[in-house]
Design a protein around this ligand. Structure first.
Ligand SMILES: [Zn+2]
Length: 68
């Protein structure tokens, strides 16, 4: 009947994907962000940002991963 839901999420104009856990994060005064190589990344929590800070390439290369 209708297609399987695609993995790609639909983002609003002020929404971003947390590269660490894959959650959708909205912009706002309390947004947790990190600038890396001229790009701004948004995170759902300080813990996710810290993980990204430690090894940004790992998340940018591998995409969102829940845990390993
Ligand atoms: Zn997160």
């Amino acid at each position: 009947m209708h297609h399987q839901h695609e993995a790609k999420q639909e983002l609003g104009p002020d929404e971003h994907i947390d590269p660490v856990c894959g959650m959708t994060v909205g912009e706002g005064p309390g947004a947790i962000t990190f600038d890396y190589k001229g790009a701004k990344y948004y995170f759902c929590s300080p813990g996710c940002r810290r993980a990204f800070e430690k090894d940004p390439e790992k998340f940018l290369r591998g995409g969102p991963q829940s845990h390993m």
